[in-house]
Write a protein that binds this ligand. Structure first.
Ligand SMILES: *Cc1c(COP(=O)(O)O)cnc(C)c1O
Length: 585
């Protein structure tokens, strides 16, 4: 069997697992067939190259791919200054500090180098690698592109410093490095057999130009066959748009020429580009698919609802219970369906341990001592206006009436440095926390990151989510909660439309969604709906019926965590978008 393998056999994974030949082939770039490009990838807290859900999802997808033996590689940029370190001043204002980190600590610099023509200059690009080792030892490399070294002039060295920083020119340069430089680096590393280029959002779309150049003649259909595009937001304002004026000043003439043929109607919207030149397009929840179909006026959009990497987001106390009762869950989280059989007492004790862990972090960071016996509600995610961190404070007197002595609140989240509305929202939460702290303790934890996210999504009792519909394409933090028996209380948007069963897995705020457009949604009722469900359901259940509460905790593990995980997500991408089979089950 081993002797008779052919490259095709290897592609179909008919080779025996565990032989050294298999291992050699697994490491051989010629056998990798999928390249996953993302502007941000968050694989661990000490590699601060992510801003929020998009980057965490990318990291989680690649981790599950490593667990499942999927022949994929990741490509992103190495942001020397990280995203930023958040501090909050006396007035509740966000202060951004550079996040200095040492890439050499967790990444390895490779000898490979390519260059990209930017503004008529050769900009050199080198690459660092981080190797994700999966459950069965399979390795998925993640490549971080870097221009910050001696060979480049200062105005090009800084191109890989800031994630989502700088102006349009800066962004265009970064996207050229990611798309064009990224593909060139892959070729230099020996990846000559990539069948699918997966664009995790549109930022890396320029790789299509390099594919055309490699090909030597213009055949858009041939390019299209190789590209897969995942959209992550229905908010058009978040999309990159470059004018041809800027493109002509920045890109080499041959690429400008390709682009003008590809996008003949003006400038280049990276989303439109992705939609037009991909064979498979998906949104990240069923709801998001419906909204995207309407927004982009095409039926050619599928959905693969997001997930989280189960092992990474399950607290160690819950892991211990799963290990003892649900063998194999780590590489097959669908087995978490069996969570309904877990012992009530065990689950509750593990949860209380997580809560204590979180509350000691709160004490350490703020000096405020919260109570482990009080219903604790968490809200943490990027501080951006549509997510409405402050919705719960819409009617403060009513909130106090319902919650005084019964509820404590924990907030966290960074606003983008140029997002004044997001910063004001943080400030408002902090001001209110000072006003009402004698009635309802409210704390804000600065510098939200993966580590804090793990503590919060396992240590609170209830996870609050109040976006303006239908702007939350998926949301993933609530799925982290599901893995830890933390109950979701959320507007029906994104993933929650699929995960929600009222009074079984958690609670809805407001009515079921009917709209598929960004307008026509009456948000004035949301705060009222939130107060009602807190008063009538959440608070009484927590204090008066712990058994039912614990059964809901088990339900969210068995019904939500078993499905909203990236193992299922990666299998779906393999099946629908990559046309390959994962190796390990
Ligand atoms: C999971 C995660 C997010 C995404 O949260 P959403 O609620 O989906 O927006 C953002 N930031 C960090 C640090 C996370 O771990």
């Amino acid at each position: 069997m081993v002797e008779s393998y052919s490259r095709n056999d290897a592609m179909n994974y008919n080779i025996p697992v565990g032989s050294s030949l298999t291992h050699l082939m697994e490491m051989d770039p010629a056998f990798r067939t999928v390249a996953y490009f993302s502007m941000e990838i968050g694989v661990m807290n000490d590699i601060p190259t992510y801003a929020g859900g998009l980057g965490i999802l990318a990291g989680d997808v690649l981790k599950s791919a490593a667990d499942l033996g999927v022949p994929i590689v990741g490509v992103t940029l190495l942001y020397k200054q990280g995203y930023f370190k958040q501090r909050i001043d006396e007035q509740g204002r966000q202060i951004e500090e550079p996040f200095q980190w040492e890439p050499g600590k967790n990444l390895t610099l490779l000898p490979n180098e390519v260059n990209v023509d930017i503004e008529g200059n050769s900009v050199y690009v080198r690459v660092w690698v981080y190797e994700i080792v999966g459950e069965t030892g399979y390795v998925v490399p993640v490549y971080f592109l870097d221009t910050d070294y001696e060979k480049n002039a200062p105005e090009y060295r800084n191109l890989t410093w800031y994630l989502y920083g700088g102006d349009l020119r800066y962004r265009l340069c970064q996207e050229m490095i990611l798309g064009i430089g990224g593909l060139r680096i892959l070729r230099d590393l020996g990846y000559n057999n990539i069948k699918t280029f997966h664009l995790n959002e549109g930022h890396a779309g320029f790789l299509a130009l390099e594919l055309l150049r490699e090909q030597g003649y213009i055949d858009f259909e041939k390019i299209k066959e190789q590209v897969v595009f995942t959209s992550h937001t229905p908010v058009a304002a978040g999309h990159d748009y470059f004018s041809f004026d800027l493109i002509e000043r920045t890109m080499s003439p041959v690429f400008v020429d390709y682009l003008k043929q590809m996008m003949p109607n003006g400038g280049v919207s990276m989303v439109d580009f992705g939609l037009k030149y991909s064979k498979y397009i998906n949104g990240v929840s069923k709801k998001h698919r419906d909204v995207s179909r309407k927004l982009y006026n095409t039926e050619n959009i599928d959905y693969i609802t997001n997930g989280v990497h189960s092992k990474s987001w399950t607290s160690s106390s819950m892991q211990r219970i799963f290990d003892q009762n649900i063998p194999g869950w780590r590489n097959d989280p669908s087995r978490l369906v069996m969570a309904s059989k877990l012992g009530d007492n065990e689950i509750w004790k593990a949860h209380q341990a997580n809560k204590m862990h979180l509350l000691s972090k709160v004490l350490e960071k703020t000096g405020i001592e919260l109570d482990t016996e009080i219903l604790t509600i968490g809200f943490a995610r990027r501080a951006v206006a549509y997510k409405r961190a402050d919705l719960i404070f819409k009617d403060i007197n009513r909130l106090i009436d319902i919650c005084a002595g019964k509820v404590q609140l924990i907030f966290s989240g960074k606003a983008h440095p140029s997002d004044e509305d997001g910063k004001k929202m943080i400030q408002r939460v902090i001001e209110i926390s000072k006003e009402i702290s004698d009635r309802i303790p409210v704390v804000f934890l600065d510098n939200y990151d993966m580590e804090l996210a793990a503590l919060l999504t396992s240590g609170v009792d209830v996870w609050l989510n109040t976006p303006i519909r239908p702007r939350e394409a998926s949301g993933t933090s609530g799925m982290k909660c599901s893995h830890n028996g933390v109950l979701n209380l959320s507007i029906l948007d994104g993933w929650w439309v699929e995960g929600w069963i009222e009074d079984i897995t958690g609670w809805a705020i407001g009515p079921e969604p009917k709209e598929v457009e960004l307008v026509n949604y009456d948000e004035s009722q949301d705060a009222d709906a939130l107060y009602k469900v807190l008063e009538q359901k959440v608070i009484p259940l927590y204090y008066q019926n712990k058994d039912k509460w614990i059964s809901m905790m088990k339900n969210t593990i068995s019904l939500n965590a078993s499905y909203f995980n990236t193992h299922r997500v990666v299998r779906e991408y393999c099946e629908k978008a990559y046309g390959i089979h994962p190796k390990y089950y």
